[in-house]
Design a binder for this molecule. Structure first.
Ligand code: SF4
Length: 221
C-alpha cells in the first residue's frame, strides 16, 4: 500500500472514530437523487430542500414534471437559485431519459460498469462529475466518490491530492487512494470535517481530529 493510500485510510478511520460511520440506508431512486442534486448546485441545503419540496408538491410524478411548462417549473424552484438555468436543464434531462429509455427510471445504470454509467450521466448538460458520482454512490450504491467543495478543499489541505488537480481529476484520484468500501462514509465525514472544522476561511486546526495527518502549510496551532 502506498503512503498516500495508508494516510487516506488512517484519515477515514480517525473520522469514523470521531464522527461515527454514516450508513447508507433508504436510498432515494436515482431520478430523485439526480433532480435533487441539480437543484442543490450553488445553493444551501435549506434553500434546495424548499425548492425540491415545492417542485414535488406541484408535480407529484416525474412524468408530470417532464411534461410541465418551463415557466411553472422555474417558479417552483426559485428558492434554489439559478432557476432559469436549472429548470430548463431538469426538463431537458427528463425528456431525454424518457426518449432514450422509454421510462423515467435509472436503475439500469446499476448493471453497468461504473465508468460507463458515469459517462452516460455526464452526457447531459448540467450533470458534472460530482452530480454523477452522487447519483451513482448515494442512489445506486456504486463505487463513485463524490467530490464537493468541502471534500476538494479538505483533501487539498491535508495533502491527499496534488494541488493542481481540478474537481474532475480529483474524483478519479480520490477513488484511486480510498478503499472502495469507504467512498460513501469517507465522503460524508470529510464534508462534516470541512463544515465543522476545516472551514474555508479559517480552519480550526487546534480542534481538528486529523491534524497529525495533515500537511497544510498554514496549519494554525
Ligand atoms: S489540520 Fe487544519 S487544515 Fe488540516 S484538515 Fe485539520 S482543520 Fe483542515
Amino acid at each position: 500500500m502506498t503512503d498516500l493510500k495508508k494516510r487516506a485510510l488512517q484519515i477515514h478511520e480517525t473520522l469514523i472514530q470521531v464522527y461515527g460511520e454514516p450508513i447508507r440506508e433508504n436510498p432515494m431512486p436515482a431520478i430523485h437523487e439526480l433532480v435533487g442534486t441539480i437543484l442543490s448546485q450553488n445553493t444551501t441545503d435549506a434553500n434546495c430542500d424548499r425548492a425540491f419540496a415545492a417542485l414535488l408538491a406541484k408535480y407529484p410524478t416525474w412524468e408530470l414534471l417532464r411534461d410541465a411548462d418551463e415557466a411553472g417549473v422555474i417558479e417552483a424552484i426559485r428558492p434554489a437559485g439559478l432557476a432559469n438555468q436549472k429548470g430548463p436543464r431538469i426538463l431537458a434531462i427528463l425528456k431525454a431519459i424518457s426518449e432514450e429509455r422509454g421510462e423515467l427510471d435509472l436503475q439500469f445504470l446499476a448493471d453497468m460498469p461504473v465508468a460507463e454509467a458515469r459517462k452516460w450521466l455526464t452526457k447531459f448538460k448540467g450533470v458534472g462529475p460530482k452530480t454523477a458520482a452522487i447519483v451513482l454512490c448515494f442512489a445506486l450504491g456504486m463505487p463513485a466518490f463524490p467530490v464537493d467543495t468541502h471534500v476538494y478543499r479538505v483533501t487539498g489541505r491535508i495533502g491527499l491530492r496534488p494541488a493542481e488537480l481540478n474537481f474532475e481529476q480529483a474524483h478519479a484520484h480520490l477513488e484511486s487512494i480510498f478503499p472502495v468500501e469507504t467512498y460513501y462514509p469517507a465522503h460524508l465525514n470529510l464534508i462534516r470535517l470541512g463544515r465543522q472544522v476545516c472551514h474555508a476561511r479559517k480552519p480550526n486546526c487546534p480542534q481538528c481530529p486529523v491534524r497529525h495527518l495533515c500537511d497544510y502549510k498554514d496549519k494554525t496551532v
